[in-house]
Design a protein around this ligand. Sequence first.
Ligand SMILES: C[S@@+](CC[C@H](N)C(=O)[O-])C[C@H]1O[C@@H](n2cnc3c(N)ncnc32)[C@H](O)[C@@H]1O
Length: 281
Amino acid sequence: MVRAHQEQSQRLRDPDWHAGQDYAPPSVDSFRADRERVDDAHVLEVLYSLTQPEDVVVDVGAGAGRFAIPLARRVRQVVAVEPSEAMRTVLARDVQRAGLTNLQVVPHRWDEVLSVSADVGGDVVFAAHVVYPLADIEPFVRHLDAAARRWAAVLVFEAPPLSWLFPFWPAVHGETRLPPPHLPQLIDVVSELGFSSFTVDRIDVEPFDLGPADLARTKLRRRLYVAPGSAADERLGRAMANCSMIAGGFWSRVPKSQSASGLFAGSPCLSAERHDVCCAT
Ligand SMILES: C[S@@+](CC[C@H](N)C(=O)[O-])C[C@H]1O[C@@H](n2cnc3c(N)ncnc32)[C@H](O)[C@@H]1O
């Protein structure tokens, strides 16, 4: 599923489409803390309910700190594992602004962490929106589990990420979009790995605005692999003109097509209190 999704992205992207080497500033912004998003607050409520003030929490793929920073205000220590330099730069700045001294950054991928330091672990370990591109998810999940003393968690979308964009694919690329893995596949993986008991916690996703039509077009180009001025861009323009989400020159709120979900799995070989969590926003 991962490979088919990635192959389609590669094959249909405009030759001039360029995403850059790392996360671009607008994408980094959407992973920052304290943006008063209702769905972030819902995820945090779940995380707060499962953590204690003395906990060490490991946030794998912490991004710009959307969850790591609020958690650091609540627990003894947060370890933010984050391989992207662009994300780490914003994270470090926001940590400093927040006056936090208990958030440690580990600048590596989760699969590299073991070779760098065997000590990265905590009472609680979670990864939010990190696993979609992993073709081999098993070692990642096993490592999360092994690094967690009390529970581990994975947060994913219940519906395929960016599925609100799927109606544009036939119009722009002439093909139905192949979905990346999301909650149902994660549940299969966790079950196959032998985590026999788990619960799923669904967290509502906040609908969002794409903004004025020109900004919306920029955002859609990026996500549809369309370069400005290309034939695909022309098709995108036509598709946008026919799209019911546009209202008065502004894109109205993108409907709630993805409710978030969480899967909490208690590993039978660990203590009964231990939980493994897979959630989605
Ligand atoms: C979609 S962002 C999510 C960021 C953050 N967890 C959030 O939900 O706001 C995915 C993040 O995972 C990081 N990442 C990707 N692969 C990773 C890996 N193998 N180990 C750790 N982090 C990874 C990326 O650099 C990126 O910051």
